[in-house]
Design a protein around this ligand. Sequence first.
Ligand SMILES: NC(=O)c1ccc[n+]([C@@H]2O[C@H](COP(=O)([O-])OP(=O)(O)OC[C@H]3O[C@@H](n4cnc5c(N)ncnc54)[C@H](OP(=O)(O)O)[C@@H]3O)[C@@H](O)[C@H]2O)c1
Length: 298
Amino acid sequence: MIPRLDLAPGQSLSRLAYGMWRIGDDPDTSARHIQAKIEACLAQGITTLDQADIYGDYSAEALLGTCLRQAPGLRGQVEIVTKCDIVAPCGRYADRRVKYYDTSPAHITASVDQSLAAMRTGMIDLLLLHRPDPLMDHHATGAALDALVASGKVRAVGVSNFRPHDTALLQSGMRARLAANQIELSLTAHEAFTNGDLAYLQERGILAMAWSPLGGGALVSGGAPRLQEALTSVAGRSGAETSAVALAWLLAHPAGILPVFGTNRLDRIKSVHSAFDVGMDRQTWFELYTAALGREVA
Ligand SMILES: NC(=O)c1ccc[n+]([C@@H]2O[C@H](COP(=O)([O-])OP(=O)(O)OC[C@H]3O[C@@H](n4cnc5c(N)ncnc54)[C@H](OP(=O)(O)O)[C@@H]3O)[C@@H](O)[C@H]2O)c1
């Protein structure tokens, strides 16, 4: 069983989360197949599912909801993370002229109600604002998030793709603690390790969730040849898959990063726990980081 990470007092997430951005791309979107994927996660102790209202053009949450209706015992075994604030001209917003962000209280509150209905659940374990909104009124947005927590519809709140100044601004307008920030973090997107973003989360005790930990597949399917070569070399020495090495690189960081992986393949889901068996000493970590930078560290 994989370890867990504390999110808030009395609330924890599994150390890996299963991302559902791509579930609608699977040729099999049946409730039965989604249940098989979730059960493959649960067998390893992966209990955290990552969603967003916009996934699948606003349809992925409903796919999960159909599964949870057919297998009602599942809801009590998982934590649901979902996100809101991106409005794209598709699905229920097909009439919009432009893609935009909306952190207004009316939008966030309505989005949460739509997510709860789509996923057929009464509570979201962790609600994230998906992208920083240049028009965010931090007092109004913060008050709306506080009210959602007080209502019991949302257990904890956080952000995604926020820089430290965005996070600090929102936190200053609310009482509930921002518990997590989901950012792009991988061997192909490693700026947060040095630009202060991750250091800020560590200093504040905010959980860092890493989206696209395999670079959206680029790290394991030919999209980043230099990195793939380094991963193959480490994988060969450790008897591991390259995907496990890429996850282990994130898991080794003292921030306690929570990778959100996104495969649709059952065999890949079933073996994802092997990332915890990969030894990642300092030299190996830097060997991969050197390949990511494309040069020796200074
Ligand atoms: N907060 C945000 O703004 C944000 C943005 C993007 C994503 N996310 C979250 O992060 C999650 C993960 O994102 P992601 O799907 O890009 O993650 P990822 O795990 O980096 O990439 C998954 C992709 O890699 C492929 N893949 C996985 N293992 C492979 C292997 N061994 N060989 C070849 N291809 C492989 C998968 O294809 P197969 O299905 O064929 O295995 C899939 O297309 C999303 O589901 C979502 O929950 C959040």
